[in-house]
Design a protein around this ligand. Structure first.
Ligand SMILES: NC(=O)c1ccc[n+]([C@@H]2O[C@H](COP(=O)([O-])OP(=O)(O)OC[C@H]3O[C@@H](n4cnc5c(N)ncnc54)[C@H](O)[C@@H]3O)[C@@H](O)[C@H]2O)c1
Ligand SMILES: [Zn+2]
Ligand SMILES: [Zn+2]
Length: 373
């Protein structure tokens, strides 16, 4: 079908997004077509434009955080039907590989290939100007229709509104799970969260759910600090130095139990800052994406080893999408999870470059593209 999508023709050059006509193919084996209601603007899409995450293909259709209604199912799809309300998960889960069956579906074998943005056999479901288009996470939610693997869509309760539900496709579980699962926060913990944007604000929600006693958030943007308080941060501060003094005072010099890194771009110095704030035997969780080619990290290896700390990488918050996406949707429905409060501004697809400018300027917790009926 002919529709419109936001493409990067020259990823890595900060050329911005081109909204233009695209052709979306019907679903093939184990695929479905989804009519999207909304797509969140996650910082990972901006990494494609800046080149921090190079995909090795152009053009790329962006977007990996969406929700909508299934309009067509391909052959051998038994678990979904037309009309189902779904969240599109930025990582698929096949349910069969070793990672999936051992409860680590965030690291499903299928997920390893999706960043390339096309089907495992090298074909494309999206075309523009006569060329095959790669899709972010093999989803491409910056278009009102997407044909995607059934393993990357998760059915939710149809009474949950799809606009806020779109955020459960990436930023919400990634941040929340970073606290709840990757950091394994405990009742009464003192924690520090670096960066309270669309991902980090959900790390704050996770810390609240886990019963953390002190939730110190660090963000240089005043608006983010105000919002962090609304989400349950007990001590929002603007710099590492302020956090250092606060943690020193709060913990009698012992250090924080858990420190989570959810800044926009992970640079080599932030891991050492987190290390300095962490107590003996504590956990540092790295969720933010670093530039793919970055290799330099400043790190006090001696004290890290001698104080028995753990540095934990966190993909998708270590969540299991088929369990955690419906769980978060249900918690939202019960009033136990804040989603509406994450949405600072909505945009039309044609205004997507404004949405990315606002992301870079720190104006939004989450900007969301909303599609017309
Ligand atoms: N690991 C994963 O599975 C996964 C999934 C989704 C996103 N991500 C990554 O998570 C990161 C955050 O994404 P987002 O959408 O929340 O971005 P965002 O732009 O909404 O938020 C980032 C926040 O970090 C703040 N910040 C910048 N430098 C800081 C510093 N030195 N100290 C404290 N705060 C600082 C910014 O002011 C901003 O509020 C990105 O790198 C994104 O690519 C990772
Ligand atoms: Zn994302
Ligand atoms: Zn799998």
């Amino acid at each position: 079908m002919k529709t419109v999508g936001a493409l990067l023709w020259e990823p890595g050059t900060q050329s911005g997004w081109s909204v233009e006509e695209i052709e979306v193919d019907p679903p093939e084996r184990r695929e479905v077509t989804v009519k999207l209601t909304a797509s969140g603007i996650c910082h990972s899409d901006d990494h494609l434009d800046t080149g921090d995450i190079p995909l090795g293909w152009a053009p790329i259709l962006g977007g990996h955080e969406g929700a909508g209604v299934v309009t067509e199912v391909g052959p051998e799809v038994t678990e979904l039907t037309e009309g189902d309300h779904v969240v599109m998960s930025f990582l698929p889960s096949c349910g069969k590989c070793r990672m999936c069956v051992s409860g680590r579906s965030n690291m499903c074998d299928l997920g390893a290939g999706v960043l390339a943005g096309f089907a495992p056999d090298g074909t494309h479901r999206v075309h523009a100007r006569g060329k095959g288009v790669g899709a972010m996470s093999y989803l491409g939610t910056f278009a009102p229709y997407a044909t995607v693997p059934v393993d990357a869509v998760v059915k939710i309760d149809p009474s949950v509104p799809l606009m806020p539900a779109s955020l459960i496709g990436c930023g919400v579980p990634t941040g929340w799970g970073s606290s709840v699962y990757a950091a394994d926060m405990q009742l009464g913990d003192t924690v520090v969260i670096f960066g309270t944007g669309g991902v980090g604000m959900n790390a704050v929600q996770g810390a609240v759910h886990r019963g953390a006693k002190n939730i110190v958030t660090v963000d240089p943007v005043a608006f983010k600090r105000e919002k962090a308080k609304e989400f349950g941060a007990t001590h929002p501060v603007g710099s590492f130095e302020e956090a250092r003094q606060l943690i020193e005072h709060m913990t009698n010099g012992q250090g924080a139990d858990r420190v989570i890194i959810t800044v926009d771009v992970a640079r080599g110095d932030i891991v050492e800052q987190a290390n300095q704030l962490t107590r003996r035997g504590g956990v540092i969780v790295l969720t933010a994406a670093a530039p793919v080619l970055q290799r330099d990290v400043q790190f006090d290896l001696f004290s890290f080893a001698m104080s028995g700390k753990r540095l934990q990488g966190s993909l998708y918050g270590t969540t299991n999408s088929k369990n955690d996406i419906p769980l978060i949707a249900d918690m939202y429905k019960n009033g136990q999870f804040k989603l509406d409060e994450l949405i600072t501004k909505t945009y039309k697809l044609e205004d997507i470059n404004e949405a990315f400018a606002d992301l870079r300027d720190g104006k939004n917790i989450r900007g969301v593209i909303v599609y017309d009926d």
